[in-house]
Design a protein around this ligand. Structure first.
Ligand code: FAD
Length: 550
């Protein structure tokens, strides 16, 4: 068996190593355009910021090791230029000598990844405007910073853009972010990103949301970014993090099927429309695990797993790729933001029915020093309670909860299963009722109709006259510090003696800071015969939706 692999990083290197572990006899050729294989793309921003001090640490596995340990024929600085499917050959160009030659294959694995987008706007190719994909990009950015950068503009507030922002700030560079959407981290639902936007502001980062960079200009003082609104931003360094597009040219030229957004089409075994050609990683179209529709999700974990699966299938193991959930995490200053499965906006777009709840628990027991708050948003099927998606933002412990929920989604679990989950607990690690259990209790209570709820967005979309009677059950001090418009304050501990102050001809919507006292109030009022709902996530969720008014 002779296997040629195009692309030697996440998907390609995983496929190569797996193939060798499955067959000592196979001839395995790993062709990589760049000078490095198997490097840590995900670490690049952190070497720029100085957190990862040694550049060498990013070279996870070097070509010599791939040769010695896995007996791979690694050809760096070599580009696969074309595929001849009939002859089952590829044309390879040795970039050092410019020599071209043919190489035959029995099976071909395409793992060429995705290239950063560079929109065709005036000035886009000026020196000082960078994208970040590999170590050479990183070196160029670092060299520019070392030359003295006072001001930087990062265009695009996605994962890579924000990681760059954090690292530029770490270096003392005054940084501005420009983002087309009206929120940072667009894969998340907007309200979940409020703490991130606040953290950026607190760290001195200027944020231009709902803005686009329409042109770049070189002046005698440095670069200038011209925004659509007419604003101009000076900078000595500009980084673009506006997304990626699959490197599909080889596949398209060879007549392989690609999806509408350019991802190479594969079946569950990761075979392209040619059964002798497999494709993995950022270059492919995957099945959305929750919605079961084709999509593109460029992430390292899926690329690595797909590499293994392609090799398994080549050696007759018949393994299916289950689809991609989009489990992802960002660290931004003291916050983490993580998500898995479908967001609310994706569910809405797909017209998939859902219910949702918010909770704002601490990562561990409140009485143990150092507890940090997080917000979890859980989306689930309104009938079965099956978990469809989750997002978390906050301090410590967000990663663990989103990972648990990622497993729940993969296992097809429901919110009723979350109630019953038994998770590791001691006061410094969690709570006897873990945030996962809490989310389960709240969501299951909603589906059982023990605990009717309304979400902030639906509530505030009503006209003031349509809205329920808004009852704030916090303390007068908390109420004075900020509350829902037109709400009335009756602390939960006084509620039983002040029922006469509540309307009997109108629904009551109770709320507190995070939803817990609101829940107690809801249970009291329900049993006293009132029509009542709890506002999910309480005033904290209101603040996340309407940071400017609260
Ligand atoms: P790549 O790793 O991009 O490898 C493809 C390789 O193929 C490239 O080296 C390219 O040179 C080579 N190639 C392309 N065409 C040819 C050709 N014709 N001939 C020869 N070689 C070719 N994901 C996460 O999950 N978490 C993170 O924290 C994270 N952080 C990231 C940070 C940065 C700065 C970047 C750039 C990406 C990050 N990612 C992260 C995404 C992750 O790195 C990718 O999803 C993953 O590397 C995709 O693997 P891949 O094998 O498909 O492509």
């Amino acid at each position: 068996m002779k296997i040629v692999i195009v692309g030697g990083v996440a998907g390609g290197a995983s496929a190569a190593a797996r193939a060798r572990r499955l067959s000592e006899d196979a001839e395995i050729i790993l062709v990589e355009r760049g000078p490095d294989v198997s490097f840590a793309n995900c670490g690049l921003p952190y070497h720029i910021g100085g957190k990862i001090v040694e550049r060498d640490k990013l070279l996870v596995v070097k070509p010599e090791l791939l040769k010695a340990r896995f007996n791979l024929d690694v050809r760096v600085r070599s580009s696969v230029e074309a595929i001849d499917r009939n002859a089952k050959t590829v044309r390879i160009r040795d970039l050092a000598s410019d020599r071209e030659y043919e190489e035959s294959y029995d099976k071909l694995i395409l793992a060429p990844g995705a290239a950063p987008l560079r929109p065709p706007v005036p000035g886009i190719d000026l020196p000082g405007i960078f994208t970040l994909r590999n170590l050479q990009d990183m070196d160029r950015i670092k060299a520019t910073i070392d030359d003295g950068v006072k001001e930087a503009v990062v265009v695009g507030a996605g994962f890579i853009g924000l990681e760059l922002v954090e690292n530029l700030v770490r270096l003392g560079v005054s940084t501005t972010v420009v983002e087309l959407q009206d929120q940072v981290l667009p894969p998340f639902d907007k309200e979940m990103t409020t703490p991130l936007a606040e953290s950026l502001a607190a760290n001195g980062v200027a944020l231009h949301l709902g803005e686009s960079a329409d042109a770049f200009e070189q002046t005698s003082d440095g670069l200038v970014v011209h925004l659509k609104s007419g604003k101009q931003l000076p900078a000595q360094l500009i980084a673009l993090g506006i997304g990626v597009r699959p490197e599909n040219k080889l596949a398209v030229d060879a007549g392989l099927e690609v999806g509408p957004r350019g991802g190479i089409r594969v079946n569950d075994q990761l075979q392209t429309s040619d059964p002798d050609i497999y494709a993995v990683g950022d270059a492919i179209e995957v099945k959305d695990f929750v919605l079961e529709v084709p999509t593109q999700i460029p992430l390292a974990g899926p690329a690595n797993r797909q590499g293994r699966i392609a090799a398994d299938n080549i050696f007759g193991r018949s393994i299916s790729y289950r689809g991609t959930q989009g489990t992802a995490i960002l660290g931004l200053f003291d916050l983490s933001a993580a998500m898995t499965g479908a967001s609310e906006k994706i569910l809405k777009r797909a017209e998939r029915p859902y219910r949702m709840i918010y909770v704002h628990p601490a990562n561990h027991a409140g009485y143990y020093p150092g507890a940090e708050q997080m917000t979890l948003k859980l989306l689930f099927d309104p009938e079965s309670g099956k978990v469809l998606g989750a997002q978390g933002v906050g301090g410590a412990g967000v990663d663990k909860r989103i990972d648990v929920l990622a497993v729940a989604i993969q296992a097809g679990m429901t919110v009723f299963d979350l109630e019953e989950m038994e998770l590791a607990y001691a006061p410094q690690f969690g709570s006897a009722k873990d945030p996962i259990n809490m989310a389960g209790f709240v969501a299951a209570g909603l589906l059982r109709d023990d605990h009717p709820q309304i979400d902030v967005a639906s509530l505030m979309a009503m006209s003031p006259s349509e809205r329920p009677f808004l009852l704030d059950v916090r303390t007068p001090k908390e109420f004075a510090d900020g509350h829902f418009p037109d709400s009335v304050n009756i602390p939960v501990d006084e509620l039983r003696s002040r029922l006469s102050e509540l309307p009997t001809d109108k629904e009551v919507a109770a709320y507190c800071k995070v939803g817990q006292r609101g829940y107690v109030a809801t249970r009291i009022l329900r049993q006293k015969g009132f029509a009542v709902v709890n506002i999910s996530g309480g005033y904290t969720t209101y603040r996340h939706h309407f940071p400017e008014t609260s």
